[in-house]
Design a protein around this ligand. Structure first.
Ligand code: SF4
Length: 367
């Protein structure tokens, strides 16, 4: 274990004589980006000397977990940060409008979604639990953070121990409400086993993208083999356990998953469920062959689902004007504008496009 793991920090504090209250205090001040000598009482009055003496070194090491590589503010009020980890690997963290923060849980990702830049490079390494909390601490130096979504680079289910440990800290001493921690997954049986057992139970977002199992296997080639029906069934149980609705994510790809057949599939799967559908028109990337549908078409899809009883929100991914798709900043940083030398699988689908009259054009943004 290293400083990138919260358990390593806890063990170190305990070896230096920290009692549970000291440990909680140090983690609280760190996660909330406050100085370790905060408060009216001098540290000498309640903290063992060895622990006190180590605090400046520990603070330095925690500050060294991440280094700002570049910052990219966007017109919608969001900001994308490219952050370097200690070994030089980089992750993207996004400050969202309305005090939200999107964190990365892995460098790269093994799921390999064909429309995602992060998925194209495969998994490079896990992000440690302390590196996840450090993204929140870093952001809090710049703006308030009241909501943390695990929707950045990586599949949190593939780094479950680190993500659960970070969620535990953020949902307790980190002062983030449990329902404001959003675990986002493509769906994995381990998620539905582990999340209900945690002290802090986050809200759950499920990336569905299609109701067709065959198309889903093409779009998310290395996602666990759970059918859309199985996914919705497992997610519904978790929603009823926690009292938080499931947020289904649907990246809208023109001509791929925007057909009338898909809309009927969504109604069949989600009608009567404790759920919310987030439709996010794809943020087109030069190197990938997918297209973003027009906002009017996306708005009509959202309205059509609403009319059929599915609570639907149409959202933009934050920071569209600054490489708003997950993994794009990192890819640009390493590759310049050169396309990645990787094959993009051909999607075989026969969408039925339905042209509908558009009357309004609402614009929302995540979260
Ligand atoms: S969309 Fe998410 S799960 Fe899919 S490859 Fe990208 S980071 Fe991984």
């Amino acid at each position: 274990m290293t400083i990138s793991q919260i358990q390593f920090i806890r063990d170190r504090l305990r070896r230096l004589g920290a009692r549970p209250a000291h440990e909680q205090r140090i983690l609280r001040l760190w996660a909330q980006a406050k100085p370790q000598n905060s408060g009216r009482r001098p540290l000498e009055s309640f903290m063992p000397t060895a622990l006190r003496d180590d605090l400046p070194y520990l603070t330095n090491e925690l500050n060294g977990l991440l280094r700002l590589q570049s910052a990219h503010p966007a017109e919608d009020g969001s900001v994308r940060w490219l952050l370097a980890l200690q070994d030089g690997q980089t992750v993207e963290t996004v400050g969202l409008p309305r005090d939200g923060l999107c964190v990365s849980s892995q460098v790269g990702c093994a799921v390999g979604c064909v429309f995602c830049m992060t998925g194209r490079e495969g998994l490079i390494r896990q992000v440690g639990s302390a590196e996840i909390v450090a993204q929140v601490a870093f952001a809090r130096l710049h703006r308030p953070v009241k909501k943390v979504v695990f929707m950045g680079m990586g599949e949190p289910a593939h780094n479950l121990d680190n993500v659960m440990e970070a969620i535990d800290v953020l949902g307790t001493v980190g002062n983030i409400a449990h329902k404001s921690l959003v675990f986002s997954t493509v769906g994995d049986p381990r998620v539905f086993e582990r999340l209900p057992t945690g002290l802090v139970k986050p809200a759950l977002a499920v990336s569905l993208h299609t109701t067709r199992a065959d198309l889903r296997a093409q779009l998310l080639p290395r996602a666990p083999k759970m059918s859309p029906e199985e996914l919705v069934e497992a997610a519904e149980i978790y929603a009823r356990q926690t009292g938080y609705p499931i947020q289904y994510q649907w990246t809208l790809l023109e001509g791929v998953n925007d057909s009338e057949e898909e809309l009927e599939g969504i109604v069949r799967l989600l009608k009567g469920k404790y759920a919310l559908m987030n439709m996010i028109p794809y943020n087109a990337i030069d190197d990938l062959p997918f297209k973003r549908p027009s906002w009017e078409r996306a708005a009509e899809i959202a309205r059509s689902l609403h009319r059929r009883g599915i609570l639907t929100k149409l959202r933009n991914s934050a920071g569209q004007d600054v490489e708003g798709g997950c993994g794009q900043l990192r890819a640009r940083h390493f590759l310049g504008n050169k396309p990645l030398d990787m094959a993009v699988p051909k999607i075989t689908t026969a969408p039925k496009m339905t042209m509908l009259k558009v009357t309004v054009s609402p614009k929302n943004s995540t979260p």
